[in-house]
Design a binder for this molecule. Structure first.
Ligand SMILES: [Zn+2]
Ligand SMILES: [Zn+2]
Length: 148
């Protein structure tokens, strides 16, 4: 499987060495830090059900993109999502690419970083990036989403 943005071979959940990735069946790109998710690869039922329901929003709606699904090579579309936080407010909008055929999604690293809270007193490095992604994945899998 190749990164839809830059063609780098994606690292599989089993080889990532990060439990948050293997637990959720997430493939990642070592070049651009984008993430690929597929409902069949997700190990938790909650997670795969959420991905299935998100997929419904890509069948008839969304804007065409130039990227292809890393799982099945079909066209992908892009939509804006927000997540509802515990206090009822919405997160910033992020763009998520979804496959029109299978329940797969592509998350650009930059989009995910916008959702993650800033880590105080530290410069950007790979550790803080990994932690930011873990935070964002918690948002993705535990908070209700709103499609816009
Ligand atoms: Zn990439
Ligand atoms: Zn697909």
């Amino acid at each position: 499987m190749l990164c839809p943005r830059d063609g780098t071979p994606l690292v599989s959940p089993a080889d990532s060495g990060k439990s948050v990735f293997s637990r959720n069946g997430i493939f990642h790109c070592p070049t651009c830090a984008g993430l690929a998710l597929n409902s069949n690869a997700a190990s938790s039922k909650i997670c795969s059900e959420k991905l299935e329901s998100m997929h419904d929003g890509f069948k008839d709606e969304g804007t065409k993109t130039e990227i292809c699904c890393p799982f099945c090579d079909s066209d992908m579309k892009v939509r804006d999502f927000a997540f509802r936080k515990i206090d009822g407010s919405l997160t910033e909008l992020i763009e998520i690419d979804g496959c029109t055929k299978c329940s797969s999604f592509w998350f650009d690293s930059g989009e995910l970083q916008r959702l993650s809270p800033p880590i105080e007193g530290r410069h950007e490095n790979s550790k803080s990036e990994a932690r930011a992604l873990a935070v964002v994945l918690d948002l993705l899998f535990h908070l209700p989403y709103v499609m816009l």
